[in-house]
Design a protein. Sequence first.
Length: 283
Amino acid sequence: MKLFSHRMGLKPTKIKIQINSMDNDLRNGLWNALFIFYWKHAREISYKKNMDTLIKRLWVYYFKQPLDTLDNFWSTSYNKIRKYFFDCEWYEVYDFLEFIADKYPDDSVNTKFMSFCNSVLERELSAYRFVSGKITKITSEVELSEVEKALEITEPLKAVNTHLRRALDLLSDRKSPDYRNSIKESISAVESICKLITGEKKATLGQALKKIESKVKLHTALISAFEKLYGYTSNAEGIRHALCNEPNLSFEDAKFMLVSCSAFINYLIEKVSKGGIIDLDDK
């Protein structure tokens, strides 16, 4: 809901997605998430063991400081952590959030924390969201839902899921993103699902798609589109060419492939499941 001052034009409404920056509203909101789910419980008996573990992991693996510099008084440690959070670069805030969500020893708390962070990120027009434990640059909620659905639905399909998660990891690496191999992993996920459906491990993507099409009614244009996408990843400017060490690829290319491949995987699984062609739960 827009506030009165925004509706009346007295206070500007945010319209710029925060990609390579972080304003005070966003940073404050993310700090509040940390406070709600972790810091305010530091002195509670039922949380003490987990919080002690988290703080020690922070000191050793994130700040990389000697353990004997960790103060016995929580207030001292808290002030140091707070100062770091509000002084560090915008991308280090995301590093910090990922670390906390991964290293706190209670996954149920971490899941709620990441969900809360996503609501803050959405509200403050950040280009990033937590997806499968990683903060990832996905600007559309529709895109986000397709990737999340594909990761969830392929959980029992280890080969497919591994390719998708690897594609996401390579795309979301803020220090050294690898768009080339992210695209390769995305298309490999499609290959894997097609091979699982057909049962033919040596089939090319084109061959597998034709066999699936003969059993399940698939849209011809969609099949053609993915055959062309596969061709794109195989040509001289593409991903698999042995001499192509520095292809002209961008975040948008890698994101498009991840989202497109995730959506196609979701589509294929629903089609073959409804058609009774194969039970993927047995794979």
